[in-house]
Design a protein around this ligand. Structure first.
Ligand code: CAA
Length: 283
């Protein structure tokens, strides 16, 4: 039974995973590289809870209880007795491998390890540990507190017991889990990324204005955001990074990034987070 959850990384995804786990009543220990990053992450969670209070969806006692379930740290020592550890750091294989190698030495043998990676092979991460059968992917979607889906990614080595425990954990925090294989893009990104790339390609080729492409998909297909707005939201750099990994793996033009996307990323237009992507944002 999962009681204590470890989250590595308190950026956008890590903070969201921490919040939803604490909201579901789990004891959560969350790690960041520095006190400064940690304080920023916890502040973002507090801000989300304050918004919920403003909307009348949470009271002060509820907020205090959720924050009381969260403990921040810049060390890994307190991860030793976690039942599950979810890693949500930057998409860099070397950094993730270093983290899992360290956690493998510290955590009890029963601890399940999960990565929130959207694009790196889970099996390659598991291979660095001595617990390949207790390793899997738990891929959350942004914003984590709103998006219901979690892809539960099974490698060649993930045991049935590990898979079932992680699947139940996802359900226990109010998510809808789906069973995915350890192939690039899992289920959602293998469908979503070509769609976003095609939208950028069509925009680059002059099919229509950015607004009309977005409105087309919002009002014609009922999507909550048009594809160019969604790319800004995900991050142009993240979209390019995932596309490049998928292209490298499949060698299929569906996943080839359009020149405009690469040019925008190289120029520093990263989307909402940088203040400019396909649209401009007030920082
Ligand atoms: N963080 C937390 N909560 C947020 C938020 C954010 N950034 N943005 C909006 N919300 C919350 C709001 O507070 C609101 O909550 P309540 O219902 O409790 O009031 C709710 O979401 C709806 O927000 P709004 O009414 O302000 O706006 P909206 O109806 O336009 O919804 C949205 C905003 C949920 C982001 C919606 O536009 C949407 O679903 N967009 C698509 C998001 C998407 O596709 N995400 C997946 C990206 S792909 C990915 O993450 C994986 C990958 O590997 C790339």
């Amino acid at each position: 039974m999962t009681k204590k959850v470890g989250v590595v990384g308190c950026g956008q995804m890590g903070a969201g995973i921490t919040q939803v786990s604490a909201q579901a009543g789990y004891q959560v220990i969350v790690n960041e590289a520095t006190e400064e990053f940690l304080a920023k992450g916890i502040k973002n969670i507090t801000k989300q809870l304050d918004k919920a209070i403003e909307k009348g969806k949470l009271d002060q006692a509820g907020k205090d209880k959720i924050l009381g379930n969260i403990k921040g740290t810049t060390e890994f020592a307190e991860f030793a007795d976690c039942d599950i550890v979810i890693e949500a750091v930057t998409e860099n294989m070397a950094i993730k491998r270093e983290i899992f190698a360290e956690l493998d030495k510290i955590c009890k043998p029963e601890t399940i390890f999960a990565s929130n990676t959207s694009s790196l092979p889970i099996g390659d991460l598991a291979a660095i540990t001595k617990r390949r059968n207790k390793f899997l992917g738990l891929h959350f979607f942004n914003p984590v507190s709103v998006m219901k889906l979690v892809e539960v990614v099974r490698t060649l080595d993930t045991s049935e017991e590990t898979f079932n425990a992680a699947f139940s954990f996802a359900q226990s925090i109010g998510k809808t889990p789906v069973k995915a294989k350890d192939t690039p893009g899992f289920i959602v990104n293998v469908l979503l990324i070509p769609y976003l790339l095609d939208s950028i390609r069509q925009y680059e080729n002059g099919l229509a204005s950015r607004e009309d492409i977005d409105n087309g998909m919002m009002f014609g297909c009922g999507h909550p955001m048009g594809p160019l707005t969604l790319t800004d939201f995900i991050g142009l750099d993240t979209t390019l990074y995932i596309a490049d990994i998928m292209f490298e793996e499949f060698k299929d033009s569906h996943y080839a990034a359009p020149p405009l996307l690469r040019r925008m990323v190289n120029t520093g237009y990263l989307g909402k987070k940088s203040g400019r992507g396909f649209y401009e944002y007030n920082k």
